[in-house]
Design a protein around this ligand. Sequence first.
Ligand SMILES: Cc1cc2nc3c(=O)[nH]c(=O)nc-3n(C[C@H](O)[C@H](O)[C@H](O)COP(=O)(O)O)c2cc1C
Length: 223
Amino acid sequence: MDQQKIKILVLFYSLGGHTAKLAEYVAQGAREIPGVEAMVKQVPEILPAEFFADKPELKTVKESLTHIPTATLEDLTSADGVAFGTPVHFGSFASQLKQFIDQLSPVFIKGAMVGKPAAFFVSAGSVHGGEEAALISSMIPLLNLGMIPIGVPYPIQGESAEFDAGSPYGAIFVSGYKGDKEITSGDIKIAQILGKRLSAMAKIIKYGCEQFPECSFLSHKYE
Ligand SMILES: Cc1cc2nc3c(=O)[nH]c(=O)nc-3n(C[C@H](O)[C@H](O)[C@H](O)COP(=O)(O)O)c2cc1C
């Protein structure tokens, strides 16, 4: 049995359920590394109840996600690596995720996320709707917190369906204009690879320092 335990948090916001779907595949991939416990959690909704009053489809989706717990700051700081997921909203990441991140000043001050790996995944309506911009913009605050971004480089993305899936910056699910596109096998493969790379890196950083003291420099305070 692998005694080297790792906690991975897959943290997402989803309005229409597509990012939530991708989150499960990222977690599946993360669990492929021995010793990994991967939790899937969501950030709190900040849209008012009135927003959903005349949108029964979205209300139904919201209700279908209530079994997924809402993340606390402790969930974040106790994780050895975190995957962040968001829908693309007007070419960037959703304000719900930003709202959660903007509560992290105490975490920032303590340096609690410094040296931990972070991965990113998005769902968008259209192929050129701003996926890469959203992935990269969501990295920026986490780089501020000292996290180390993990991508999916091209040699891993492979050929055929999976070559067109995801991006070097993270996993992607394009849900279509009507939001009715099915997630492809390529999307799933890239999301799983992203999760697995995240937990592999988290394990190396957490336990590799026992063998390679240089790696503890990643989370040291500068003197
Ligand atoms: C407020 C808002 C803004 C959006 N802006 C974009 C956009 O800029 N580009 C895009 O491709 N899709 C955009 N979409 C579509 C969503 O990104 C897409 O439906 C995605 O799959 C939703 O993910 P979710 O089901 O997890 O919420 C937008 C949707 C909303 C509600």
